[in-house]
Design a protein around this ligand. Structure first.
Ligand code: ATP
Ligand code: MG
Length: 483
């Protein structure tokens, strides 16, 4: 086991005693000697790592006061306790962790005794949540996962008093580190080296780990996209070999991982999903996507519907909808993606009236997303990427062509701002007349009213100044004598 400690001025690798990992991984070719690039590397990790001085562990891992108190209380009762997993990884990377998980030698009933008010979050797997204000800290007993029976879940779990056993069951080296102020960083599997070198690598034999739980295959690809890391050779070979085991993973979990990948700074890593042979096993229709047409602009805002629409734009709304239904996506997102994949190639128009018409067909948010998607295609289409030119519509291949140029989009944005600035009517909600007005005038509720309101909207889209009660009621609900 390797323990990284900081003592005064002396930072970095101390106490590099290997206790019992039983597993020595050779350094990958070409990565042994990275020279003295201390400055650059240091910046990459928020200043917490330099080649010369190693990791500034205690500076990087800022355990929240409340988590610290939980750890200290467990210690006072004679138990070991550490923060573990994602929070340690993210802290060392100089990223703000989302949540702080705690791992302890105390059994769940002991944790409950010590803290009184707790929530049985995953009691069977040893997890109880301790609430501190609005934040819940998950405290999980050191455990050994039993035999995996369905390619996804262990049949049973066994509690242990050995931290190393707990770290061994975790998926990747960078996720298998624990830390406490008292002990320092416990890095038994080379997690810090893999962080430094930008590598996703399984703890232990990759084939075994993916056979136990096939979700890890997608987690490998997802972390590689989120962190911009490469996948270590043996791990990648196992991804390819065991991709068919994705059949054991629920569609919801597959979708969650793919969404995280798409929302990451490297959404184009979706191509790796296909390169590694995983695409075929995501879902029946997803398998038919053309990997050569995957181009998701990393500058596109990190929103679910927008990024899925960018990924699926070439297959059109029907197939996009089918893929997302197969992946158990929520209906709201499916509707948004369908709309965007339907409209991304359609012309928005030249005149303000034409633009208002498009605006009237969707919500303001969807319309803004549509502009963003069109812009991103111009900026980041595969053609633009290949030729190395930015924003040259003629470089974009036919299958990624849209009617507008970037100059058109700039013009349309300006027109949109004008339309919105004036408050031109672009929806039934903005009409000066309501259904109630028409009922008051004696119209029967139902289709007739709907048709009348639609006719009014069509009129004011052409002539926004006509959006007055007086005009509209006279023309559409009165004697029709105007105009
Ligand atoms: P994020 O929260 O950003 O998704 P994370 O690493 O915190 O990343 P979680 O799913 O929250 O991921 O899991 C917390 C920790 O539990 C991981 O860091 C890892 O140590 C372990 N873990 C999670 N899922 C698995 C798995 N399928 N197999 C093995 N270990 C896992
Ligand atoms: Mg997490």
């Amino acid at each position: 086991m390797r323990v990284l400690r900081e003592t005064g001025e002396e930072n970095g690798l101390l106490g590099q005693s290997v206790l019992k990992t039983g597993w020595d991984r050779p350094a990958p070719a070409g990565k042994e000697n990275r020279g003295d690039e201390g400055g650059a590397v240091s910046q990459r990790f928020g200043g917490f790592f330099t080649e010369k001085r190693g990791w500034r562990v205690d500076a990087a891992i800022r355990v929240p006061q409340q988590a610290q108190e939980i750890i200290e209380k467990l210690n006072q009762c004679g138990f070991e306790a550490y923060v573990v997993g994602g929070c340690v990884r993210d802290s060392l990377l100089g990223r703000e962790p989302e949540d702080w998980d705690i791992t302890t030698s105390a059994k769940p009933f002991q944790v409950k005794e010590i803290f009184g008010r707790t929530i049985d979050t995953g009691i069977k797997h040893g997890t109880v949540t301790i609430l501190r204000g609005k934040i819940g800290y998950e405290v999980t007993t050191f455990r050994i996962d039993g035999v995996y029976e369905d390619g996804r879940h262990p049949k049973s779990v066994e509690f242990t008093s050995d931290l190393l056993e707990d770290l061994k069951r975790r998926d990747f080296t960078i996720n298998a580190m624990a830390y406490s102020r008292k002990t320092g960083l416990i890095d038994a599997f080379g997690g810090t080296d893999d962080l430094r070198d930008g590598r996703i690598c399984c703890v232990g034999r990759a084939q075994e780990r993916f056979t136990e739980d096939a979700l890890r295959i997608l987690r490998a690809l997802r972390f590689s996209a989120q962190l911009g890391f490469e996948i270590e050779t043996e791990t990648e070979a196992a991804v390819r070999l065991l991709a068919p085991n994705l059949a054991y993973v629920s569609k919801e979990r597959i979708q969650t991982e793919l969404t995280k990948l798409l929302l990451s700074p490297n959404p184009d890593h979706m191509r790796m999903v296909f390169d590694c042979g995983v695409g075929t096993y995501v879902s029946e229709t997803f398998a038919k996507l053309d990997p050569d047409r995957i181009a998701v602009d990393p500058q596109l805002p990190s929103r679910k519907a927008l990024r899925w629409a960018a990924l699926l734009r070439h297959v059109g709304p029907e197939t996009a909808g089918r893929i997302l239904r197969e992946l158990k996506m929520d209906n709201d997102t499916i509707a948004r993606v369908r709309l965007l994949t339907e409209w991304w190639r359609r012309p928005l128009g030249n005149t303000e009236a034409e633009i208002r018409r498009v605006m009237s067909r969707m919500s303001p948010e969807a319309y803004d997303d549509l502009l963003l998607l069109k812009e991103s295609v111009l900026r980041y289409g595969r053609g633009a990427q290949r030729s190395g030119t930015q924003d040259e519509a003629r470089e974009i291949p036919e299958w990624d062509a849209i009617p507008e140029t970037s100059a058109d989009i700039a013009r349309i944005k300006a027109q949109t701002a004008e339309i919105r600035g004036r408050g031109d009517c672009v929806s039934l909600k903005m009409l000066a007349v309501t259904g109630q007005d028409l009922i008051a005038l004696g119209m029967r509720p139902g289709r007739e009213i709907g048709t009348a309101l639609e006719a009014m909207l069509a009129e004011v889209i052409k002539r926004p100044e006509r959006n007055t009660r007086e005009y509209l009621l006279r023309k559409f609900a009165g004697d029709g004598g105007v105009d």
